[in-house]
Every structure is written in C-alpha cells, then in structure tokens.
Design a protein around this ligand. Structure first.
Ligand SMILES: [Zn+2]
Length: 49
C-alpha cells in the first residue's frame, strides 16, 4: 500500500495516510479532528461528558 505525507492544519505535524484515504484524512489524530470541530462549535464542546 502507498502512503502520502500530509500536514495537519491544526498542529502542523507531518503525518502519513494511505493514498486511498487521503481525501478523508485531513488531521493527524482524532484529537486534532475534534479540535477543528470544537472551533466551529465552541459553545457545545464543554457539554460532552
Ligand atoms: Zn494534528
């Protein structure tokens, strides 16, 4: 399988994703994914848990 190097827009880290998952993989970790969503919904993020 082939991997492609991408740069996470949240933490600016480089990370590798499968080429066939490249379009879906934008963030290096779920933490960064949730952070990106949290920026859109800051008022609701503290209601979790
Ligand atoms: Zn990241």
């Amino acid at each position: 399988m082939n991997y492609i190097k991408k740069i996470c827009p949240i933490c600016k880290n480089e990370f590798l994703v499968l080429t066939n998952a490249e379009e879906k993989a934008v963030y290096c970790t779920l933490k960064c994914l949730s952070e990106s969503q949290g920026r859109l919904k800051i008022k609701t993020i503290h209601t979790i848990g």
